[in-house]
Design a protein around this ligand. Structure first.
Ligand SMILES: C[S@@+](CC[C@H](N)C(=O)[O-])C[C@H]1O[C@@H](n2cnc3c(N)ncnc32)[C@H](O)[C@@H]1O
Length: 361
């Protein structure tokens, strides 16, 4: 979709899927951090929009606010909301939209009206202190204005995470444009994208561009996952990239992504979902998970926690998948056996993270 000129615009199905992921994740994020002892949390919507769509549907600032409000009685932390919106008309509308929401005093809101993400976030960082646990949603129409140096800086603070809308289709189009080199250097935080311009096959090129951004995020965060959004022609429009250093964070984000695409392919297409149907009903491919685990650990010893970390960090699967379905099956088949099971352990249970497991070669 070309960037709209009007203050509001029409909500597309893939945006609804994006919002569903955001909402599900934030409903978990706020209570986890607050109940975990954090006294101050910050939610930054770097490209906030006007707050509502043409049909009155909620935009990301309202979704985030309501996800936190759902747990208001349990949340003692101050949850500060910073909504950055460059377009003044949209920012004014957003101010009016959020003003209608009744909220407690520990949920302060600031709309940075007429400011750019880079500038307003820079001001937040410029105050010099450590950033408190922060979730930054970076959701531009285009692909400029989100320098990798800033994304990396956010991720350098403990318990800070980003969800970035990586506008693949446009980035791919502009990759060969001589006047975009500086912008592309900033976006990727390196010059390696130059090597990708010669790749002709669309699938290879897509994998390489996606892979480069994933690699770059991986230099700043231990866990990186993406979700593909396809347009009404079933062509990749953008990838939502999530990056975090928190195992709980990645587990919760995967849970959110699995809810939107239960096949585990983490893909949503406007072409196959022309209406509001969000959930795919395909089953997870457990054979693929099994192959991944067996290949990774064949002939090796690791712990239950080691398998979990592998599943979380390097596969799209959830921690529930590998424990309930996979380890028990591999043990039954004699492909893996516990080395130091605790006394009285029941076969097929893996409650002890330090229990060692030996995989057959
Ligand atoms: C894709 S829309 C955001 C939609 C919103 N996140 C949602 O999900 O409801 C992008 C918004 O960013 C604003 N924008 C564009 N460039 C910006 C920048 N550099 N900094 C902040 N906002 C910007 C646009 O005016 C537009 O409202």
């Amino acid at each position: 979709m070309a960037a709209p000129k009007t203050t509001t615009w029409c909500l597309e199905p893939h945006t609804r899927a994006k919002h569903e992921i955001l909402r599900r994740y934030l409903e978990a994020w706020t209570p986890i951090l607050s109940l975990g002892g954090s006294k101050h949390l910050i939610y930054v919507d770097g490209f906030a929009g006007p707050g509502r769509y043409d049909g009155g549907e909620e935009g990301s600032p309202l979704i985030a606010l309501k996800a936190a409000l759902a747990h208001r009685d349990r949340i003692e932390a101050t949850v500060s909301f910073l909504f950055i919106e460059r377009d003044v008309e949209r920012a004014r509308m957003l101010e009016a939209v959020v003003a209608e929401v009744e909220r407690p005093s520990n949920f302060p809101i600031k709309v940075a009206a007429g400011k750019q993400f880079e500038e307003a976030f820079g001001e937040l960082l410029g105050r010099g202190q450590q950033l408190p646990p922060t979730f930054a949603f970076i959701d531009p129409f285009g692909w400029t204005g989100i320098p990798f140096s800033l994304v990396k800086r956010i991720l350098s603070f403990p318990r800070c995470e980003v969800l970035v809308n990586f506008m693949y289709e446009e980035i791919n189009r502009f990759l060969g444009h001589a006047d975009q080199h500086d912008n592309l250097d900033k976006l990727f935080g390196c010059q390696d994208w130059r090597k990708l311009t010669a790749i002709q096959g669309p699938a290879q090129r897509r994998a390489a561009i996606h892979g480069l951004y994933q690699r770059q995020l991986g230099t700043a965060a231990k866990y990186v996952r993406s979700f593909e959004m396809r347009n009404d022609k079933d062509v990749t429009d953008y990838f939502l990239f999530f990056a975090t250093n928190s195992p709980k964070g990645i587990a919760k984000m995967k849970e959110a992504m699995w809810k939107v695409d239960e096949s585990g392919e983490f893909r949503f297409s406007d072409a196959t979902n022309p209406t509001q149907g969000l959930l795919f009903s395909q089953k997870p491919d457990f054979d693929a998970l099994r192959r991944l685990i067996v290949t990774r650990f064949a002939g090796k010893e690791t712990t239950v926690a080691g398998v979990e970390d592998f599943v979380l960090a390097e596969t799209p699967y959830r921690e529930t998948h590998y424990k309930k379905q996979m380890l028990a099956m591999l043990e039954r088949e004699g492909k893996m056996s516990p080395v130091n099971p605790p006394a009285g352990r029941k076969a097929g249970t893996y409650a002890e993270p330090t229990m060692r497991l030996r995989f057959v070669p």
